[in-house]
Design a protein around this ligand. Structure first.
Ligand SMILES: [Zn+2]
Length: 301
């Protein structure tokens, strides 16, 4: 039976906004590990947060990433070059070792905002990358951490479970502290409605006492949040499908989606500032593109 680890939420202050993107510092019986790395653009913030908790970078020997999107794993190569072992989904491993394809794909989504958003992504030495598979139990820092295959947001996604707590990456959607509005990041090209519904059911079946989405921090009522995410995802997917069937183009659908999101947010009591925070954690155009692409693929069989 392993000791209960200490969980620290490190705020990357992504794009100068507090509490939208986290790295989790877990201190086990045998030392500290990280879950997620954040992007290269926030590496200095991460290092100063680590120091604030009394740790030097060279004490981090193990780094787990839920998936290889840049806000989660952009700095993984840097950590690997420092000697840390990186644990990543088997589909994602090669993209950390040779990030060119991943960066080209991000370039298509983010264009000239690439550098300011994500900073540098350096390659990880191959021997520093461990491929992770469904139900693997990772023994690191005196902890036992179980990886759950959790596709839907991306095909290459794991949720990491320690005891009755889960670090959910993007698989349990977005939940920003103080606002409490569940939201779904559905980027192209891999958003998959059915796969994600199964993932949410898998997470619900665990009945976690708490979850930690990367965006952002502790969600104490895991079950209510997961159910709410499932509802928002289904509603949003159907809403966009209906707009597409009505013959609206991408710009019109995006405007309708933005409107709908702002109304949902205001109804939930969010300020205009809070709406901006959500857009930083989860750009709405990305979700529209992801869901449209999903329905187009479905229509093509
Ligand atoms: Zn992601």
């Amino acid at each position: 039976m392993s000791e209960k680890p200490k969980i620290h939420v490190l705020d990357l202050n992504f794009q100068g906004i507090a509490e939208v993107t986290a790295v989790y510092l877990i201190v086990g019986p045998d030392g500290p590990i990280l879950i997620e790395t954040g992007p290269g653009s926030t590496l200095n913030t991460l290092l100063s947060q680590l120091r604030r908790h009394g740790f030097a970078p060279e004490q981090i020997k193990h780094v787990l990433v839920t998936h290889i999107h840049l806000d989660h794993a952009g700095a993984a190569g840097w950590w690997a070059q420092q000697g840390a072992q990186i644990y990543v989904h088997s589909f994602g491993a090669r993209h950390l070792i040779a990030p060119e394809k991943l960066l080209a794909s991000a370039q298509r989504i983010y264009g000239d905002k690439m550098d300011s958003l994500w900073g540098e992504m350096v390659p990880a030495p191959a021997e520093k990358v461990t491929e992770v598979f469904d139900n693997d139990v990772l023994a690191v820092a005196g902890l036992k951490i179980t990886a759950l295959e959790t596709p839907g947001h991306a095909r290459h996604h794991h949720v990491f479970v320690i005891g009755d707590v889960a670090f959910t990456g993007d698989a349990a959607g977005v939940h920003l502290p103080g606002f409490g509005l569940p939201d779904i990041p559905t980027p192209p090209p891999e958003f998959d409605l059915e796969a994600w519904e199964s993932t949410l059911d898998r997470l619900l079946a665990h009945n976690f006492s708490a979850i930690y989405p990367t965006h952002f921090g502790l969600v104490a009522d895991a079950q209510a949040h997961l159910l709410a995410v499932k509802g928002v995802m289904q509603d949003t997917a159907v809403f966009i499908q209906t707009q597409m069937q009505a013959g609206l183009d991408r710009e019109a659908i995006l405007a309708a989606h933005e409107n709908r999101f702002a109304n949902r947010a205001r109804t939930a009591g969010l300020s205009e500032e809070a709406i901006v925070h959500y857009a930083a954690a989860n750009p709405l155009y990305m979700s529209v593109d992801g869901i449209m692409r999903y329905w187009q693929k479905r229509a093509q069989g």
